[in-house]
Ligand binder design. Sequence first.
Ligand code: NAG
Ligand code: NAG
Ligand code: NAG
Ligand code: NAG
Ligand code: NAG
Ligand code: NAG
Length: 322
Amino acid sequence: MLFKSFAPFVALLSAVSAAPLQLTCQVAGDSDDTPVGAANNTEYSVVDCSTFLTGAFDTFSCHNTTAIPETDSCCFENWGVLMQTQFWDYNSSYLSIVTSADNDTLHQLEAEIQANVANNPTGQVFTIHGLWNDLCDGSYNQYCNPSLEINDDKDNITHVIVDVFGETELFNKMAKYWLNNEKSNVNNAGSIDLWEHEYNKHGTCMNTLLPKCFTGKYTKFENTVSFYKKVVELWENYSTYQFLQQFGITPTLLKQYKLSDVQTALAQANNGKQVYVGCLKGAIDEIWYYNNLKGNVLTGEYQAIDSLTPSTCGEYVWYLPK
Ligand SMILES: *[C@@H]1O[C@H](CO)[C@@H](O)[C@H](O)[C@H]1NC(C)=O
Ligand SMILES: *[C@@H]1O[C@H](CO)[C@@H](O)[C@H](O)[C@H]1NC(C)=O
Ligand SMILES: *[C@@H]1O[C@H](CO)[C@@H](O)[C@H](O)[C@H]1NC(C)=O
Ligand SMILES: *[C@@H]1O[C@H](CO)[C@@H](O)[C@H](O)[C@H]1NC(C)=O
Ligand SMILES: *[C@@H]1O[C@H](CO)[C@@H](O)[C@H](O)[C@H]1NC(C)=O
Ligand SMILES: *[C@@H]1O[C@H](CO)[C@@H](O)[C@H](O)[C@H]1NC(C)=O
């Protein structure tokens, strides 16, 4: 049931599972021969913002002192707090175990979990939630442009990503690391419904991602697939599991961590800026990295800022295995 709309694509996935996970190096300026609608591994085809960004508006989002002219709207995100959000979808059955199991049982289970962690495809990975653009005050808008929405039942998101845009490698990563779960807010649905939800709710609110910001002949959903590609690209830069591991913070049933230690470890990896740590029932389940942006959401420069949201965790947190 969880993977309702996902099941048909398992064959496709296993066929490409040997593909390397690194993003291939993308070469600019070779797109002349690319047929319409086949944006295969070319870089993002959006307006060049270099003139705008060396001119009077050489500024990060939320830092402008005057309004940006409408003609430059593809080079400046008006709602300029960009957040790369991630899930830690821990196994919730451990919540009761850590508080009720006797010491021997706990140590035995811990040993089993640690021995098997490498077999769990996301046992050492914070998975992708999305890329959100909040207003500069930390509030947000959603579902801003219904006419731009994608609908898997109608449009077949797999078909759009894989066949229309030739982004098989992107699809493969999304299928592996952009997973629906309990906290996704997407009822009773598979991962593709999460992708649909994330773009429709947040991507359609980004003014620099509008179709008019693309150069060349625009292919329907070029902005959607570009959004997905950017989300994955940003997420790859935030290896939360490793950031914590470097400070000896790893999932365990045996002890709680101090929230401030978790926050210090993450800030260290985030240019000294505070990262949002979210908890569900006292256990870490979400991480949000806040940025301001200079330029277009696809090609612009991201700059870490402090989280605008207080942690929902207590002073001590569980960091439970998956
Ligand atoms: C910054 O630019 C945005 C977009 O034009 C505008 O909404 C906002 O009011 C500007 N901020 C200031 C302080 O003028
Ligand atoms: C969660 O942990 C319990 C207890 O070890 C186990 O039985 C269950 O299979 C786990 N669930 C998942 C989804 O791994
Ligand atoms: C709990 O069990 C572990 C391993 O079985 C043991 O090393 C440890 O001393 C025990 N702790 C207590 C408080 O009994
Ligand atoms: C959606 O597209 C994929 C990839 O082309 C295809 O395998 C799948 O059968 C399509 N799904 C439906 C419901 O048509
Ligand atoms: C893009 O990928 C699709 C699907 O794999 C393929 O049909 C098309 O020829 C590719 N286009 C280019 C320019 O490589
Ligand atoms: C990812 O990190 C590298 C190395 O720090 C940096 O050059 C690149 O701009 C980053 N990419 C994004 C999308 O933030």
